[in-house]
Design a protein around this ligand. Structure first.
Ligand SMILES: [Cu+2]
Length: 542
């Protein structure tokens, strides 16, 4: 039976504003059962587009271009990406100005091999400073895109220093609230980011991570995919080539002039961070884009496909299900999580996805009649936001792909007894800088403060607790989910994660080993609005 979410009303939306979050915090004494009963299905408020929206399932699914390296000799493959404004057609017949990587949204995909380093030179031709972060990368700190490691634009001669010189950030160039960060490494115009990619093969994504302005920068288009592969995964016989599809799902809203709507307090994205009421809990759009196209459709063979799905939305959660014309649901066979292949496949009827999570899924269209359509819907969405995309089965075809019963045998198996310490970290609404914001452990982000200091190689258990939805992301390391709400993890918590979805009132335990690199990293909520309004903390590995 379908669940109808259309009755989700304003009162529930209000509950999810920051005031509601504070209310939940005040009612912290509620029992687990009561917490569950109150659990709302999304956190945030939806913008309504002011232009006519196209019908669903008409626009073909675009596939982001694969970026050609500028060189493959030497110790690393080298790429160049220019960050610039571009006018693109997202809605048919409507021009939309975006901030892009190389002129497209999503940006170009970087295809890479495990252990083969990649250097990407980013050139900032946008009107604001930028920071590029490769989400899920096992990256040395100097290339991880710390939020104050700004690349200043050429167009702002009043700030920063010439290329190659390093100056402290925090002079009104992105580090808000008058913060100073003496450790920031600021460059002008360009910066080389080097990724060793000595990590499990998986789908990564790169996006802007500038202090205080990450949410609107991603919203405007600064996001792209990077795929890491290796020989072992190639040998599994999974669907490949045209039967492997990256799917970047993101919601947006459009203003009357065709531009993207966003409730920024400072639309120039220069000085004052944050968003207007009632969007403090997260900005949702009423248009669902997949690979930058509204509710697209893709023609497929009656065969298995590998869908590499990323929720690149700022705040929207999804529960994806694939439904045939006859109302029958197709199985979604999960083979991988944020940080690569599972040990064994896990079959889902629907797939919950929080912002920044990735799911690697096999769907089999073999039983769908030619001419039939399979619709991917979001069980949590209402109105136009319920539809996501569709597949149209256009031909029968041979299929020699397979889903091995054993997918990988290298997943870390950390035990509680391995942990040298347990940390408790709360993710809640609160007061910051005289206004309202989102806090970790009761504090808003301060680049100059040490929040978590750990030793290279230490295993730790973190107990995370939330008021409303908070997808919690750790830079550098993957982790396992140990428990959720005091119970065993859910089926979609399987594998190695780098983002875990905390639901309202819920506690989640994770375990990880802090290895790979020393340096200053981050952990934060990946509701991008929360992240910009305080919900980020330092993770220092010594
Ligand atoms: Cu959050």
């Amino acid at each position: 039976m379908r669940e109808h979410d259309d009755g989700r009303d304003l009162s529930r939306r209000r509950l999810l504003g920051i005031g509601g979050a504070l209310g939940l915090t005040a009612a912290a004494g509620l029992t687990a059962a009561a917490g569950l009963a109150r659990r709302p299905s999304f956190t945030g408020a939806e913008l309504r587009s002011a232009v006519p929206l196209p019908p669903a399932f008409r626009v073909p699914l675009p596939l982001p271009a694969v970026l050609a390296p500028v060189s493959t000799s030497g110790e690393a493959d080298r790429y160049e990406i220019t960050q610039r404004e571009a006018s693109v057609e997202i809605l048919p017949g409507v021009r939309t100005t975006l901030w892009t990587y190389n002129g497209t949204f999503p940006g170009p995909t970087i295809e890479s091999r495990r252990g083969r380093p990649v250097t990407v030179t980013h050139r900032n031709e946008l009107p604001v400073p930028t920071v590029m972060h490769l989400h899920g990368g096992r990256t040395p700190a100097e290339s991880d895109g710390y939020p104050t490691d700004l690349v200043l634009p050429a167009s702002r001669p009043d700030a920063g220093s010439p290329t190659g010189h390093h100056t402290p950030a925090g002079h009104g160039m992105g580090a808000g609230h008058g913060m100073r960060d003496p450790r920031a490494v600021v460059t002008r115009l360009t910066r080389d980011y080097t990724f060793p990619l000595d990590q499990r093969p998986t789908l990564l994504w790169y996006h802007d991570h500038r202090m205080d302005f990450t949410a609107p920068a991603i919203w405007r288009g600064l996001a792209g995919l990077q795929i890491v592969r290796d020989d072992a995964e190639d040998a599994l016989g999974l669907p490949a080539g045209e039967r492997e599809l990256p799917l970047m799902i993101a919601d947006r809203a459009f203003a009357a002039d065709g531009g993207l709507d966003y409730p920024a307090l400072d639309p120039t994205l220069r000085d004052r961070p944050g968003v207007r009421e009632p969007y403090l809990a997260g900005v949702l759009g009423d248009v669902i884009l997949v690979n930058g196209a509204p509710w697209p459709v893709h023609e497929v063979d009656a065969a298995r496909y590998r869908l590499r799905i990323l929720n690149a939305s700022n705040a929207r959660h999804y529960e994806l299900e694939a439904v045939g014309d006859d109302g029958r649901r197709l199985d979604l066979v999960q083979i991988g999580a944020d940080q690569g292949l599972l040990a064994a496949p896990v079959t889902h009827r629907f797939l919950p996805m929080a912002p920044a999570e990735r799911f690697d899924v096999i769907i089999d269209f073999a039983d769908v009649p030619v001419g039939g359509r399979v619709t991917v819907v979001n069980r949590l969405g209402s109105g136009r936001a319920r539809d996501v995309m569709a597949f149209r089965v256009v031909r029968r075809a041979a299929d020699d792909s397979r889903i091995p019963r054993v997918l990988s045998s290298d997943l870390p198996d950390w035990r509680r007894s391995d942990a040298v310490r347990v940390r408790d970290l709360s993710f809640r609404a609160g007061r910051m800088h005289g206004g309202r914001g989102w806090l970790i452990g009761g504090l808003p982000f301060d680049p100059a403060r040490s929040d978590v200091v750990t030793r290279l190689g230490d295993v730790e258990v973190w107990r995370l607790v939330a008021d409303v939805h908070h997808p919690v992301h750790l830079h550098l390391v993957g982790f396992r989910v140990l428990s959720r709400g005091g119970r065993p993890p859910l089926p979609h918590d399987a594998g190695l994660k780098d983002t875990v979805s905390l639901r309202p009132g819920e506690s989640v335990e994770i375990i990880t080993r802090f290895d790979g690199h020393r340096g200053r990293y981050l952990f934060h909520c990946h509701n991008a609005e929360h992240e910009d309004m305080g919900m980020m903390a330092n993770l220092e590995i010594i």
